[in-house]
Design a binder for this molecule. Sequence first.
Ligand code: ATP
Ligand code: MG
Length: 472
Amino acid sequence: MPGLRAGCYYRYAWQSHKPGFLLTDSIQADHPAPQIIPRSEHNISRADISRHALKVLYRLKDAGYQAFLVGGSVRDLLLGRHPKDFDVATDAHPEDVRALFGNSRLIGRRFRLAHVRFGSEIIEVATFRGLGTEEVASEHREVSAETGRLIRDNVYGSIEEDVWRRDFTANALYYNIADFSIWDFTGGVADIQARRLRIIGDPETRFREDPVRMLRAARFAAKLGFELDPASARIIPQLASLIDGVPPARLFDEFMKLFQSGHALQSYRQLRQYGLFEHLFPTTAAWLGPGTDARGRFLEAALASTDARVAADRPVTPMFLLGVFLWGPVADRAAAQAAQGMSDFQALAVAAADLTREQTERIAVPRRFSIPMREMLQLQIRFDKTRGARALAFLESKRFRAAYDLLLLRAAAGNADAGLAQWWTTLQGLSPEEQRRELGLGRAGPAGRRRRGRGGRRGHGADAVEGDRQPA
Ligand code: ATP
Ligand code: MG
């Protein structure tokens, strides 16, 4: 699948603060036996499993441990989709895994697990989580008394315990490398067939333990086209404000998975539907208001264009969508400040800087994205100047492409002069000599000649903005 790839930096980042799973009292006291689906009755073939994941599974098994493929990879293979990454669950403890694989390291303090690295692919190996004895639990598990959030969980157990700590039934299937069967404790296979996204256990408890599960619900519903179970759909709007307490770094990781994986438009609609969007982008939500008017269409056009790029396997950068989300609030605030007497140029610069700062306090956007994003917003005013050396310098600057793509979106939404946008499009198709003439300048120098032929076809800024790309 285009878009996210295993082994990129943010995978490490979010895995390392992936929390543990559920509270003791929502773990099923009696452990029902799994339904075991033999190889002859399912479609998962080893040919579709990463050879690195197979290597890890076999080595664990040969060392006498239980080894299962688990999570999204089993779900996606059952759906005939290509998994983004392969996660392994085992009864081997992280230290045992570490000892078996020279190419592994232990990560996560709060939720300890092993990463086995093969080039750019990382196979994540998690030890089954369990109830543990009271003594072990008091030492290795921590739940916030105030919010119900699970802060730390390094209590190990059996697969029968592990399964109840996973989030959705579709994510709680285990593929056993010993005989290629699938173990289904929660009715996950039936839910996948019915395209149902069903949380395991009591929805309120599970969302309080880890509010990010609400974003995951929106994401899986969007990505898989599954219908969220009615109980979750009812409770999420009531609990949505718990997102405010999630660490900003984890929200950035979720932002990437929601909006840079090819289903950004559907993710956005799900987040809006469940009242989650306003907790990720409060100023954008306030600017949007309740409706689906021109403002909503402006955002949706950008989301659809990002999805089209991912589908075409072209690079995407988070700075573009983040900038689109902030554009409306930035323009409004700049206008208010200009009305107080600030120059238009200054007002836009200040508004872009302020709103960027406010947004990154909520979602920890790394500076390599937030800086070009702020510049892309500030540069919008430069399109008004269509003559002179400054206009030429702008045309040739490295941020031009992203700023121009935003201009096109604005023009399509009636937020910028369509004639002006067309003028900039035409300008890019001209030879350096013609460009200089159009801008009222003299003959082209060598710099102008180098830019020849950069038409307005590529779009989204990412092609032209080296270093802003989504890490691969
Ligand atoms: P993706 O396609 O995004 O990789 P995934 O289901 O594999 O989806 P991961 O974030 O890779 O999701 O996590 C792997 C598995 O770990 C999940 O399928 C789920 O069983 C479990 N898991 C991950 N995060 C949580 C969470 N916050 N709460 C409960 N279980 C979780
Ligand atoms: Mg996964």
